[in-house]
Write a protein that binds this ligand. Sequence first.
Ligand code: NG6
Ligand code: CA
Length: 534
Amino acid sequence: MIQPKLNLALLSALALGTAGAQASAPAQKTKKGEPRKPNVVIILADDLGFGDIACNGSFNTIATPNVDRLASQGVQFANAHATASTSTPARYSILTGEYAWRRPGTGIAPGDAAMIVTPEHQTLPEMMQRAGYTTAAVGKWHLGLGDRAGKQDWNGVVTPGLKDIGFDYSYIMAATADRVPCVYIENGKVVGLDLENHPEDSIRVSYDRPFPGEPTGRNNPELLKMHSSHGHDMAIVNGIGRIGYMTGGGKALWVDENIADTITERAVQFIERSVAAQKEAAKTGTEKPFFLYFCTNDVHVPRSPHERFVGKSGMGPRGDAILQFDWSVGRVLEVLDSLGIADNTLVILSSDNGPVVDDGYRDRAVELLGDHKPWGKFRGGKYSIFEAGTRVPAIVRWPKQVPAGRVSDAAASQVDWFASLASLVGQELAEGEAPDSRNHLAVWLGKERKKGRAHVVEHAGTLSITVNDWKYIAPSNGPARNNEVNIELGNSKEPQLYNLAEDMGEKNNLAAQYPERVAELAALLEQVRQNPER
Ligand code: NG6
Ligand code: CA
């Protein structure tokens, strides 16, 4: 029998106060030539599900030795959440410390979207810069570029860009691998474009209409090496249909099979450069720690891993892409080891949202899944308000401060990375900065492993709020499922209430049984809707 435990007064206090584990920057012991503050590396996977890593219980279906190693050397979270079940809003929250649902225009962005995290925002990398860090973003971006949608100068400098929101260095894919433009952009410039010798490679991008004379997935399926199952039938680049149209690019176009190698190497080079600069600066005592926001393209569609991973998982391209993700993680860890900085580097690994099996390409992911459960024991997946939408893998390793080999059950949200890292690096947050981010450093460092956030808010069209394992999903008119991706979205016109402690699969809607609890949680959610969290 489940006993109602909540009352509104308590909930209000939790919502408005700063309840929860707090911690300030731990005292540092440093080796000679090492910055006093730790280097910080965020490795953010794309669409990697809770159950997609072996150490979350999937040992029989997938091998992720590098992720497992990270977990065994740090703390692994059982109840950590992205703020939203798709990429753009989830990433928006990480970089701004604000729930994306407060801001219009933060849904899944096209590749020619204007900046969604704008120079007017106070951002996570800016806060790290303030604390003396050298900062970089490498890999998938998906938060828009330039100040006008569709008006970016892909042949010149795309501006404003990441340097205007706190990244000293950037090497990114504008959106996703399934969206044009299919090129890397380094510090605002497309990499490898040689317009002097090849003016015909000039890049044009449109999300409205095809370019005359250019084949499309819709009209020229004979040119495709990977067919779409839904959508993805506009421009063809490397034999893969994309979302949006583009022409040009020439040698600058990425090769999908090499994306992981390319971006991982750029991440590694940034680390190497930063450490070389630290060594040099140590002579004058001015060494700067680094902050790297490394976003893999894996395991997002189109899944086209390098040939050395092909066929290795037995699950087709999706499983092979997980192996490739694990390789990228291993490569970063190896470099931290070889440079002797692993001890003084805080590594945070997570995913931007939950898993999807068929996300629009016929890559046999569904047929070859076997016993593998990307969503673990949870219901739903990417796009869903059910748990699998936002309950993501999360691991934190920092040998100096984080106890090794622990599992944390504390409720945790990526929105808190901003304030927690601010505390770690000794930065006060200004009024209005990171408005929904709370300092839960003790949770994220695995010191507090039971009590976490007072409540967790999830977003996927509608909103949900979870307090002490009681999850309330606000009624909505959205569809109950997305048949194309075969995922239950969780929308219902009726309120939903689940007890995750007893029913983590969200099967038994207890709303009719506990109307008072529904009312309390609905009121709390309304309060969060009306007021920033901090
Ligand atoms: C959807 C795409 C899907 C994926 C998603 C964004 C279609 C039919 N589906 O609209 O393939 O790109 O957007 O994923 O186009 S995310 O992880 O970047 O949010
Ligand atoms: Ca994603």
